[in-house]
Design a protein. Structure first.
Length: 292
């Protein structure tokens, strides 16, 4: 299975048409069709459904597309890193994954300082929740990952940043609980809540509640905060989340009230144990330590 073939397969799926993909790739349509047939033979079954309007992936083809994107991206990054060795200054791509947290500002400052010194370096940011970022790091698609605690994900080395998040509720301005300065476990009884779908949040919250978080009235789940806050604004429920992520669009309609007893998480930049860091990642960590 060649990288070039995987790249071409992905181009066909996205174009939805072999002829259009061949033109974009600047190869002949018969040659591209032969590559696809050989790939299907190698993988033991059809990857595309052909019809009058073009093509679309089979279930097997859709699975391959997800993996092909990762493999091609990893190959491209590896090529850039090897070519950059000894070229004078940092080049290539520094890939960083991050969840939604104001602590990313420290990473941004370090990245800007690094880029100013190395103008041929490209910074690539991937946003997602902890589980998505963790998967991308383990697949080799990211150099560094910014995680919000609690605890530590096994298999990583890390640098703790000087930022601590409080957990609490985002509420509509007129909600009766908005009049309180803080929220206790008893205040969640009978209230529709919106929870992160990450398992560690439920476990973390259960410890604070003194009971299983599954006993709450969970009206919705989310993976990133913005849409969860839109649900709060629409009246679906109150969102359990960290402080500091309220966007300007909801600044006048929603409020944050911290939990009491306090529930807190630190923030840390992590990288895989036992895997040498790229020169750019090493340099960024140095900048962060200096600027922090």
């Amino acid at each position: 299975m060649e990288i070039r073939t995987l790249r071409n397969f992905a181009a066909v799926v996205r174009a939805g048409n072999v002829t259009r993909a061949a033109a974009a790739l600047r190869i002949s349509q018969p040659a591209l069709s032969m590559q696809l047939r050989e790939l299907e033979e190698e993988l033991g079954g059809p990857l595309l459904v052909r019809h009058a309007r073009g093509v679309e992936p089979t279930e097997r083809g859709a699975r391959l597309l997800r993996r092909a994107d990762d493999i091609v991206a990893l190959a491209d990054r590896t090529r850039e890193e090897v070519r950059a060795e000894g070229s004078g200054g940092l080049t290539g791509t520094l890939a960083i994954g991050a969840g939604e947290t104001p602590a990313f500002a420290a990473v941004a400052r370090a990245a800007a300082a690094l880029r100013e010194e190395n103008p041929r370096l490209r910074i690539e940011i991937t946003s997602g929740n902890g589980a998505q970022i963790d998967e991308a790091v383990r697949a080799g698609l990211l150099d560094l990952a910014l995680f919000v605690g609690p605890g530590r994900i096994p298999g990583y080395d890390y640098l703790v940043l000087p930022h601590v998040h409080r957990w609490g509720l985002y509420l509509r301005e007129g909600d009766p609980l908005a009049a309180r300065r803080s929220i206790g476990p008893r205040h969640l009884a009978g209230r529709p809540v919106i929870l992160s779908r990450q398992s560690f949040v439920s476990e973390f919250l259960s410890g604070w509640l003194g009971r299983d978080a599954a006993t709450l009235d969970v009206a919705a789940t989310y993976n990133l905060a913005y849409n969860a806050l839109a649900l709060v604004a629409a009246g679906l429920g109150a969102a359990v989340c960290i402080d500091g992520v309220l966007p300007a669009a909801f600044a006048h309609s929603l409020v944050f009230r911290p939990f009491r007893p306090a529930l807190e998480s630190d923030v840390y930049l992590a990288w895989k144990q036992g895997v040498p860091l790229s020169p750019a990642a090493t340099a960024l960590l140095g900048k962060l330590r200096t600027l922090s």
